[in-house]
Design a protein around this ligand. Structure first.
Ligand code: NAD
Ligand code: ZN
Length: 351
């Protein structure tokens, strides 16, 4: 899969993708005076040896960073720079990110800032990373807001070895599949039907999952190509995210995975859209273990201030990405009263 960004690159998906180090990417690795892997600590414990077996021919230095979101801090960012400096890295060094979206975000930010930018390869290990590995956004968090510090920076390649996904805990599978179904909602009704037919993610064969990841990446890539710096269609990727961000803000990050929040946000956006698939979708979400019930204990007024802060909203008017139908997203202004009654309806619908 080719991503035609400002600096084009390829996403390779499939068991054994790391075999490409010794093939297509040999020149890139050979040209590097140092190769550094920044690895999520938990992922390193499970899979570092597997990765290093593919990198035997090269002298690779590894820095592990805290698992998940905790890595997206100024401290980890500085620790990565310290490591690169202590390993005498230069502008010709190559950085690899080994982990989920969090590791990719911080390592990408490090790659984009170390000596004003060094080559970078993403090795995603989560389903959600099909989303984060495309689009070139890097970030760490500020205590006043998530992803507040970052850059746009494209990797040289993304090697996505789906074998590594087998160890993902169920909550992380749910989180990633949320963005997959989001990509279906905004692009393709037939694909959406296939996804809605999944009653238990554990039943998905690896090949089937690979295909969903490929389709998801293709949708994200197409949108990002059209709108690399977020003026127009890239907004559609925020389908389900206005309420999701409010839920995450209200409950505190970490009490709900991002995808779980997005699944709730999409149910709300579908209701506002009067979309015909709402019932099927809610059934799908229940069957696959998404915690829809949590909205019952959250009042609309607790979420409203967060939704008003959303990037898409202005002067108190709420803007939502809605669907005319599957594959036809648009942005709509929604009055507070309409947003409130839809939320109340959602709570009833979920019971
Ligand atoms: P994550 O990177 O936070 O990882 C979640 C957990 O899964 C961690 O505990 C990690 O150790 C574990 N894990 C990862 N791979 C594993 C594996 N193969 N087996 C077992 N455990 C594994 O989660 P994520 O959902 O991939 O990423 C979320 C982050 O991505 C957020 O910080 C979000 O802001 C960011 N994101 C960025 C973009 C972007 O465009 N840059 C897009 C979407 C999300
Ligand atoms: Zn998201």
């Amino acid at each position: 899969l080719r991503v035609e960004a400002d600096h084009p690159y390829t996403v390779h998906i499939g068991a054994g993708a790391f075999g490409l180090f010794a093939n297509e990417y040999r020149p890139l690795l050979d040209a590097a005076d140092r190769i550094v892997v920044i690895a999520d600590e938990q992922v390193a414990e499970l899979h570092l040896q597997y990765l290093l077996d593919f990198l035997k021919e090269w002298d690779v230095r590894v820095l592990t960073v805290p698992s998940g979101e905790a890595a997206k801090s100024v401290e980890t960012f500085m620790a990565c720079h310290s490591f690169l400096l202590s390993e005498n890295c230069s502008r010709n060094s190559l950085l690899m990110a080994f982990g989920g979206g969090a590791t990719g975000d911080v390592a990408g930010f490090v790659a984009s800032t170390f000596m004003r930018g060094i080559p970078f390869i993403q090795l995603p290990t989560t389903i959600l990373a099909h989303d984060s590995a495309v689009g070139g956004k890097t970030a760490i968090n500020h205590e006043l807001g998530k992803n507040m510090i970052g850059t746009f920076y494209q990797p040289k390649a993304v090697l996505y070895d789906s074998k590594l996904l087998e160890t993902l805990p169920p909550g992380e599978v749910r989180s990633g599949m949320a963005e997959v179904i989001k990509h279906a909602f905004i692009s393709n009704a037939t694909w959406l039907e296939e996804l809605l037919a999944i009653r238990d993610f554990k039943d998905m064969a690896q090949e089937e999952l690979n295909q969903h990841l490929e389709k998801g990446i293709a949708v994200k890539a197409a949108i990002v190509e059209e709108d690399e710096f977020e003026g127009g269609v890239r907004k559609y990727l925020n389908f389900g995210h206005t309420l999701a961000h409010a839920l995450e803000g209200h409950l505190g990050y970490g009490n709900l995975t991002h995808g779980e929040a997005v699944v709730l946000g999409m149910s709300y956006a579908l209701l506002l859209s009067e979309h015909e698939k709402l019932d099927d979708y809610i059934r799908w979400a229940h069957e696959n273990g998404y915690p829809l019930h949590i909205v019952k204990d959250i009042r609309f007024d607790a979420l409203l201030p967060y939704m008003k802060k959303d990037k898409k909203s202005s002067q108190g008017i709420l803007n939502f990405v809605l669907l005319k139908q599957t594959g036809m997203p648009f942005v709509e202004k929604v009055e507070e009263q309409r947003a409130r009654s839809a939320y109340e309806k959602l709570i009833l619908q979920i019971e």
